[in-house]
Design a protein around this ligand. Structure first.
Ligand code: ASP
Length: 331
């Protein structure tokens, strides 16, 4: 009996050693980064820039895979169930902190089923409408929305997406219900807006900046913008007022992004991924792309597992009462 136990102990130690040794050589093959929304959208844009920059540091490519659906919860669930070996990571946003309140049955616990790697960027949202929306300013927009709420479509990327959260806050602030139309990502929402199939949405500047600029140049093109959700105006869209300036008290949503690995990923792999993220956010191409699109890059002290975990916890606590007050749940 004793010797069986001893053999088992040796086997367990050997396995631990093997995992450690594997992690030492990490990464020996490409790393997969899951984006829980469709390609070409705002989170995808951040992920693809980050992946290229991380790849330079890791000496292996970081390959983005889009797994859209249910406001980002399908992709997050995929990474929760992936091998915890460092080769599967998730790039998600604020939705990681709102899903536990929004979903009565969520297939994962954001705090206990993942290793937080670090925060990446914080992105403001813009309130935008199809180019021919019959309102030239926010006051007229509000009047029109309230008078025509039953006829309008407010698009989003599914329950738990930032666009959903922003739309929810908007409807709650103006005490008006509007029919919402879910897509798998705001890349699809933007296409639907450009095709005038939906009326308006809230979306991140990483997706909307070029279409807002296109509309300024030619009123028949792109999308109309009414306001931004940040506390201060966005440097790249200086003429667009904040929603707070427009009288929407306390309306502030910053779409913070962070990276995750499945729980149990070896520390040696985590350390290398975090170091790659730290290097990536200083990469000139990454910095330029993010800055041009209105995203604020986190400082190095926030690109750590502990700072990210603390932020996630405080965001879960911050949004729970707001979501409950808005009375929004999904099964
Ligand atoms: N970030 C999502 C996307 O990339 C959209 C959202 O959160 O609303 O499509």
């Amino acid at each position: 009996m004793k010797s069986i136990l001893k053999q088992a102990a040796v086997a367990v130690a050997a396995l631990g050693f093997a995992a450690g040794a594997l992690a030492q050589g990490f990464p020996s093959k490409p790393v997969q980064m899951v984006v829980p929304f469709t390609a070409g959208g705002p989170t995808d844009t951040v992920a693809r820039s980050l992946a290229v920059a991380m790849g330079k540091h890791l000496g292996q490519s970081v390959v983005v895979e889009n797994v859209g659906g249910a406001g980002g919860t399908v992709g997050a669930g995929r990474v929760k169930n992936a091998q915890p070996d460092g080769y599967s990571i998730l790039l998600h946003h604020i939705g990681m902190s709102t899903a536990p309140t929004l979903y009565r049955k969520l297939a994962y616990n954001p705090q206990t089923d993942f290793e937080t790697l670090g925060l990446v960027v914080d992105v403001p949202m813009t309130l935008i409408a199809r180019s021919d929306f019959p309102a030239e300013n926010f006051a007229d927009f509000l009047k029109y929305v309230k008078a025509n709420n039953t006829k309008l479509n407010l698009a989003n990327a599914g329950i738990g997406a930032a666009s959903h959260l922003c739309g929810l806050l908007f409807m709650s602030a103006i005490e008006t219900d509007i029919t919402t139309v879910p897509f798998k990502g705001t890349a699809d929402v933007l296409n639907a807006l450009l095709a005038k199939q939906v009326d308006f949405t809230c979306d991140q500047t990483t997706n909307t900046t070029s279409q807002i600029q296109a509309h300024v140049a030619d009123k028949s093109k792109g999308v109309k913008v009414y306001g931004v959700t940040s506390a201060k105006r966005v440097a790249t869209l200086p003429s667009v007022p904040t929603l707070q300036e427009l009288g929407m008290k306390g309306f502030e949503v910053g779409v913070w992004h962070g990276a995750y690995a499945p729980k149990g990923t070896p520390k040696a792999a985590i350390d290398k991924l975090v170091a790659a993220m730290q290097a990536a956010v200083k990469d000139p191409e990454f910095v330029k792309r993010m800055t041009d699109l209105g995203a604020a890059i986190y400082t190095a002290d926030k690109i750590t597992p502990t700072a990210h975990a603390a932020h996630l916890k405080s965001e879960i606590e911050r949004w729970a009462p707001i979501i409950k007050k808005a009375g929004a749940y999904a099964d």
